[in-house]
Ligand binder design. Structure first.
Ligand code: MRU
Length: 377
């Protein structure tokens, strides 16, 4: 039975709460998440004492977004090891919790490998658990550093593509500190532009059906004092047509070897609009999101989510918790098409910005070279 507890009010430290952190109270180690299903209404911490609680939190999107899923997966393995659970079983359950973000499996494998190697060396469960935790902490720190470097590279790229500042940036889904060990991916670039006095407006797509833009990106933009405006996803076309968008910045859940980008559903239509209107379409993601094992966009598994997320208006919390039970907006029994992600082909992507720099134009060769360069560092 998964053991998840919510901490609110006096017990929680909302203003300081990062998306994820490891704690070691006397009762034993726990993984503390900022429950993203409750934002922006409430800042509630979710305390996971075992990997199955974390699997539930991942499935319900209490923790979500590619980079932080990798970090969560690694800590989940460390938690299972520290609490004396079957580490292989936990690793398999965690890696299979959501299929599209490549970071999740990567984080799980990294902590699992560290555990296995230490156990093979010392035969000591405690040391093996400590090695898994060290691997999770290292990944967390690397992601924080990667986020800062992506922000710097992204800001420089915006300066090259759009000289003169005053950028009006459109973004989709949520890519800020909630998804990262640092300040995020695409959002971190917009934030860097804001701090440099170069952001005129952040256009925030609401991101149907689970409203990551309205609930989470607007929350992060407001907390950072950014000038932002929320729009329904289908208002983006008229915004482009009236010349109000200078660049699109999005994150990614998986980038295939050929440069195809899987990201929140609705990203591909933005890429088509951007191309038609001659606006740069920029993807910002750490190299951990690039998956050389996935050759092309067609090979990316896209998560399909329940139809009631579309056929009902429900509180995000109820919807993501799998409860349904909202207000129906379609006749009873209506079938819904509800992919969580879509895939944008590389030819529609102006640039992919990573912590090692940007690739533009996006080609398999350029991406492979960037990945090889990072392995040499
Ligand atoms: O279903 P979600 O909310 O996990 O989808 C997240 C996204 O699509 C993000 O844009 C992506 O993970 C990049 S986060 C840096």
């Amino acid at each position: 039975m998964a053991d998840q507890q919510a901490r609110t009010g006096e017990d929680s430290k909302p203003t300081e709460t990062p998306a994820i952190r490891w704690e070691e109270p006397p009762e034993g180690p726990v993984l503390v998440l900022l429950d993203q299903t409750r934002l922006p209404a409430e800042e509630v911490e979710l305390v996971c004492t075992d990997a199955s609680a974390l699997v539930e939190a991942i499935r319900s999107l209490a923790v979500r977004g590619a980079p932080v899923l990798g970090i969560a997966g690694a800590y989940g393995v460390a938690l299972a090891a520290a609490r004396g659970f079957d580490v292989d079983e936990a690793a398999n359950a965690l890696a299979g919790a959501r299929p599209t973000a490549v970071n999740l499996g990567l984080g799980v494998r990294r902590a699992r490998a560290a555990h296995r190697a230490e156990f093979a060396r010392s035969g000591d469960e405690g040391r093996a658990a400590a090695a898994a935790l060290a691997a999770a902490r290292a990944l967390h720190e690397e992601d924080r550093a990667a986020s800062a470097r992506m922000a710097a590279h992204g800001l420089a790229l915006l300066g090259e593509l759009l000289p003169g500042g005053g950028h009006r940036i459109l973004t989709h889904c949520n890519t800020g500190a909630l998804v990262s060990g640092g300040e995020g991916t695409a959002f971190a670039v917009a934030l860097a532009a804001h701090r440099a006095g170069e952001l005129r407006r952040l256009w925030v797509d609401e991101t149907r059906p689970l409203l990551q833009g309205a609930r989470l990106t607007a929350y992060e933009a407001a907390r950072n004092g950014m000038a932002y405006t929320l729009l329904t996803d289908n208002a983006a076309g008229s915004l482009f047509a009236s010349g109000e968008v200078d660049a699109v910045l999005i994150g990614a859940d998986r980038i295939a070897a050929d440069g195809s980008v899987a990201n929140k559903v609705g990203s591909y239509p933005l890429a088509v609009l951007a191309r038609y209107h001659h606006v740069p379409f920029i993807v910002v993601a750490p190299l951990t999101t690039v998956d050389p094992q996935t050759p092309d966009g067609a090979s990316i598994e896209v998560e399909q989510r329940p139809g009631y997320e579309v056929t009902e208006i429900t509180s995000p919390q109820a919807a993501v918790a799998g409860a349904g039970g909202g207000i129906p907006v379609a006749p009873l029994g209506t079938q819904a098409y509800n992919p969580a992600f879509d895939v944008t082909p590389p030819e529609l992507v102006t640039a992919i910005v990573t912590e090692e720099g940007a690739v533009s134009p996006v080609t398999a060769e350029a991406l492979a070279e960037l990945c090889a360069r990072s392995r040499q560092v």
